[in-house]
Ligand binder design. Structure first.
Ligand code: ADP
Ligand code: MG
Length: 236
C-alpha cells in the first residue's frame, strides 16, 4: 500500500545544534501513528519540519509520493496537512466561530467536509461558546477549538502535538473520544502525547524517538507486550 506520508532520513538543527539525526517514519492512509519519547527528544521538531515550519532541515518528506520538504508552511497546509500545535495558538481576539471560519476550506473536495455543524457536533461545548472570544475560553475549550480549527481545513493528515497536555481528566477523555471518532471515520493522524494508555487504543503504530533518532517502532500489540521498551524509553 502506498503511504500517505513518508519521512526518511530527516535531519534538523537549531543554529549550530543538531537535534534530529535521521528520522524515518510513515503514515498509511487511514492510519494513526504516534511519535513517543521523553521531553526534548525531537518530537515537536519533527512535526515542525513536516509542516514546513523549520527550514534548517534536510531529508525527504513525501506526501503521496510527492516531495513536500522545502515548501513553505502555508503550501504544506494547502497540500492537506493540518497541525494542532503545542500550546494551541488560537486567535485570542476572535470569537470561537470566527476562529473556526478563519481556516475553513475544502480543498480536496471531500464528500463530507468538516464544517461548523460537524465541528459543533464533535464539541457541543464550542457551540455554546461560539460567541465568546478565544481568550475567554478555558484551556480545554481552547484545545477543542484548536482541533476544530484544524478540522475546518479538511486535512488529509491531522497532526496533534500534546493535545491533552494540562487538561483535566474529563476534558482529556472528551478529546480522546473525538480522536477515536475521527479515526473510525478514516482520518489519518500523527499523535504526540504523554498518555500511553489511550494511544495504544487509538493508534496502530508507534515510533519512539530518543535524541533525534527513531530507536523503536512497532504496533500497539508489540508495545503492550514490551514492558521493557516502555520502561526504558518512556518511563520516568
Ligand atoms: N526553538 C528552539 N531553539 C533551540 N533549540 C530548540 C528549540 N526548540 C527545541 N529545541 C531543542 O531541540 C530539542 C528537541 O526539542 P523538541 O523537538 O521540542 O522535543 P520534544 O517535542 O520531543 O519534547 C531539545 O533539546 C530542545 O531543547
Ligand atoms: Mg514537544
Amino acid at each position: 500500500m502506498k503511504n500517505l506520508l513518508e519521512v526518511s532520513d530527516l535531519k534538523a538543527r537549531y543554529d549550530r545544534s543538531q537535534v534530529l539525526h535521521g528520522i524515518d517514519f510513515s503514515v498509511a492512509p487511514g492510519e494513526v501513528v504516534t511519535l513517543l519519547g521523553r521531553n526534548g527528544m525531537g518530537k515537536s521538531t519533527t512535526l515542525k519540519c513536516v509542516m514546513g515550519m523549520l527550514s534548517t532541515h534536510v531529508g525527504e518528506i513525501r506526501l503521496e509520493g510527492r516531495q513536500i520538504s522545502g515548501l513553505p508552511s502555508y503550501e504544506v497546509a494547502r497540500q492537506g496537512l493540518g497541525l494542532v500545535p503545542e500550546g494551541r495558538q488560537i486567535f485570542p481576539m476572535l470569537t470561537v466561530e470566527e476562529n473556526l471560519l478563519a481556516t475553513a476550506a475544502n480543498r480536496h473536495q471531500s464528500a463530507q467536509p468538516y464544517d461548523l455543524d460537524r465541528v459543533y457536533e464533535f464539541f457541543p461545548r464550542l457551540k455554546e461558546r461560539r460567541g465568546n472570544m478565544g481568550n475567554q475560553l478555558s484551556g480545554g475549550e481552547q484545545q477543542m477549538l484548536a482541533i476544530g480549527r484544524a478540522l475546518m481545513t479538511n486535512p488529509r493528515l491531522l497532526i496533534l502535538d500534546e493535545a491533552t497536555e494540562g487538561l483535566a481528566p474529563l476534558v482529556r477523555a472528551d478529546i480522546w473520544r473525538v480522536l477515536g471518532e475521527l479515526s473510525r471515520g478514516g482520518m489519518s493522524m500523527i499523535v504526540v502525547d504523554k498518555n500511553l494508555g489511550p494511544l495504544l487504543d487509538l493508534a496502530q503504530r508507534h515510533f519512539i524517538i530518543e535524541k533525534g533518532r527513531v530507536v523503536w517502532s512497532g504496533d500497539s500489540a508489540a508495545l503492550r507486550r514490551d514492558g521493557e521498551v516502555v520502561e526504558h524509553y518512556l518511563g520516568v
